[in-house]
Design a protein around this ligand. Structure first.
Ligand code: FES
Ligand SMILES: [Fe+2]
Length: 359
């Protein structure tokens, strides 16, 4: 009897289903280390994601050090104004080209033994290598990554994967003009004790608004909340009416860009998020704030309010992680009216897991 049951279980796949019969993703993907290592080494690095505001590399020789999943990267502004990105991994013995952000560097000099590269990633000098036989410095380069600047934000990805326009062109049509005049204001990061996907699952539905965010529900009209699905993005939109609070009236637009970027647009304000895994059951969410000229006066109220919403989301996500990790939860049915964004993203995950032989 027992054997029969476990056999039955072993060939049940967590496959994609139509929205009306869909269930949530299997909890094993939130706790399993094979999944996690695939995500931080492969899935996340190859997805376009926001890494910084463009002004953090505003001048020639400005360098930022970040990570894509578990891969350290650097991005540098060359004298021509172009942005070049590389693995932050020296071909000598894997040292870092930069351990922190820098302004006005002349070369990319490894912090370990001083090998120096130009801004195209070409090795230019390597101390005390004269006696190494057949050592050809001209054949040694940093490994490049892809970098794009879009309305004052820097996106990056490593390895193959989609073209930037495949991911961003439709979003640019919907909202590019609206965010074009916005100016970077400030950044903040929050740690959450939950798997990075729990945070994204939660982001992708307004279903929880009345229960988790009573004050947000007063500003955003939940009754006419709409979700639109692109191929690698989704958009939740709803009218905003909050004359006395942090926001002008208009529309709230919440874009999710697979795998881990969000653009949260209120009238005159853009808040970007990147969800960065820091362990199987931990993540950091990076927030950057941008405002249209004149609207930055609302920044203190806006940032305080978003901190409150973030705290409410953090708390619910940490409880959900405990439920997923309990070993006694099986995936539940999704609301077709309210969870199409969750369904869409979890199907992108399932397709990726299937490709990687993890499904
Ligand atoms: S690891 Fe970079 S110079 Fe040695
Ligand atoms: Fe929320």
């Amino acid at each position: 009897m027992q054997i029969g049951i476990s056999r039955h279980h072993s060939f049940m796949r967590d496959s994609a289903k139509p929205l009306k019969s869909a269930t949530a993703l299997d909890p094993k993907y939130y706790i399993n280390s094979d999944t996690y290592h695939h995500e931080v080494n492969k899935m996340i690095p190859k997805g376009w994601q926001i890494v910084a505001p463009a002004q953090s590399v505003g001048g020639s020789g400005d360098v930022i050090a970040r990570t894509l999943g578990d891969i350290p990267i650097i991005i540098v502004r060359s004298p021509s104004g172009a942005l070049n990105g590389f693995y932050n991994i020296c071909p000598h013995r894997a040292g870092p080209l930069a351990m922190c952000d820098k302004r006005g560097a002349k070369r990319l000099r490894c912090a370990y033994h001083g090998w120096a590269y130009d801004f195209d990633g070409q090795l230019k000098s390597a101390p005390e290598m004269n006696e190494a036989e057949d050592f050809d410095a001209s054949a040694i380069q940093l490994t490049p990554i892809n970098v794009k600047e879009w309305h004052g934000m820097i996106f990056a990805k490593a390895g193959d994967g989609l073209e930037f326009d495949t991911v961003i062109a439709e979003i640019d049509q919907i909202v590019g003009a609206q965010i074009d005049d916005m100016v970077y204001h400030s950044s903040i990061a929050y740690d959450v004790n939950a798997n990075w996907k729990v945070y994204i699952d939660n982001y992708l539905e307004g279903y929880h608004l009345p229960f988790v965010h009573p004050s947000l529900t007063q500003a955003v009209d939940y009754s006419v909340y709409i979700t639109e699905l692109g191929k690698y993005w989704s958009l939740q939109r709803a009218p905003v009416d909050d004359e006395t609070g942090a926001y002008e009236s208009g529309e709230a637009l919440y874009f999710f860009i697979y795998p881990n970027t969000m653009l949260n647009i209120m009238p005159g304000r853009l808040q970007t998020n990147r969800v960065v895994p820091t362990g199987i059951n931990r993540c950091t969410v990076e927030f950057d704030f941008y405002y249209s000229p004149g609207v930055e006066r609302r920044a203190p109220a806006d940032i305080e309010f978003s901190e409150q919403v973030q705290e409410e989301d953090r708390l619910i996500c940490e409880h959900v992680q405990k439920g997923l990790a309990s070993g006694v939860y099986s995936p539940g049915r999704l609301s077709p009216a309210r969870e199409s964004g969750v369904w869409h993203w979890q199907n992108l995950l399932r397709a990726d897991y299937l490709n990687a032989d993890l499904l």
